[in-house]
Ligand binder design. Sequence first.
Ligand SMILES: Cc1cc2nc3c(=O)[nH]c(=O)nc-3n(C[C@H](O)[C@H](O)[C@H](O)COP(=O)(O)OP(=O)(O)OC[C@H]3O[C@@H](n4cnc5c(N)ncnc54)[C@H](O)[C@@H]3O)c2cc1C
Length: 380
Amino acid sequence: MRASADVVIIGAGVTGAALAYTLAKRGIRDVLVLERRFPCAGATGRCGGGIRQQFTSESNIRLAMGSVRIYEGLSEELDYDIEYVQGGYLMLAETEQELELQRKAVALQNELGLPSRALSPEEVPEIVPLFDTSTIAGATFCPTDGHANPFRVVEGYLRAAKGLGVKLQKFTEVTDLTVRGGRVTEVVTSRGKVAAGVVVNAAGAWSKRIAAMAGVELPNQPVRHEILATEPVQPITDVMVVSLHTGIYFSQTVQGQIVGGIGDPAERPGYNIRSSFRFLRRFLSELVRHIPALGQLAVLRQWAGLYDVTPDAQPILGPTPGLENFIQANGYSGHGFMIAPKVAELLADYIERGEVSEDLRRLSLSRFEGELKGEAFVVG
Ligand SMILES: Cc1cc2nc3c(=O)[nH]c(=O)nc-3n(C[C@H](O)[C@H](O)[C@H](O)COP(=O)(O)OP(=O)(O)OC[C@H]3O[C@@H](n4cnc5c(N)ncnc54)[C@H](O)[C@@H]3O)c2cc1C
């Protein structure tokens, strides 16, 4: 393993991969990505691949809109098909309170330039055929939301990054960080030590542990989220469907499988990623309630991954107060895949020029010292 690197990124999920490529593209090529297992071993390889911009917090809307602009051209830029489908997101509401939340959200989203709009239940089958309109009170739709294949996004980014000189060290676990004079100077791994100019904590649900190695306390908590895939069927819809009421979400992959999950309010924080029958029953009964015809489908497999959840359901990004070369890129609370490309640009701005954008400032670790204003559109 090399003895030093200008930038050491811990974690080869979508965050680490996107940042490695973005830095290399700008000419910062002495970048080393350290991964305990293999790329996509964490949440990224277990996620639903959804890319939405319909949020209630200004930062999340802006980050997601910036990412969509990048995702739209990413297959071409990386010369690698990321299976990007821009079929829109349909967000379902079942109560008056949820409709009111949606009305406010759409107003803010439109103000920021997002083409989201409210739909009556009767308009929904035009977008998702076979949908039972009696199950909802209303919905919103944004045609520029979509989904992509997480494995192909990470592979595309890493391939291109390696082509520009980035090094990826797989099966290398970070075990400690050395702090001297207000900086993280060295990363200690299962394969030796690396002196580092900048260290990025992109370790997903394990970020809290990495931060603790430098004496930094993150408020993040790992929380299991389960997901499944059915047998492939002929194309029904390109849309990702999400319910504000139950937290169910699902879409159809380009191969025809229905892939989706549902949040569970009974889930407790922890590193458990076993699959449960409770999830299977809850997900399928909700899926079939909204689209009865899908009751014919066989489930092929189910799995689980970890959300890295913060108290306000927004990520922790940018330099650590008191340790300016230790950069946080975690705490995505279930939205990391969709915003990673834009986050990579903002972090690269900081690493390249010391520029702290408004969103980095708002989402810095220091916000937990003040009063929090959270994100309300969280799946699960
Ligand atoms: C079931 C499920 C569905 C989801 N659906 C969506 C969705 O539709 N859209 C969306 O935007 N987001 C979704 N998410 C959230 C999304 O997956 C994450 O926010 C995102 O993938 C985080 O990426 P990451 O690169 O930051 O972290 P990860 O992908 O978790 O990568 C972190 C990496 O760090 C490595 N690592 C950990 N500790 C160490 C160490 N000590 N040394 C070296 N390496 C280490 C891990 O092995 C891992 O590979 C979902 C998550 C789950 C679990």
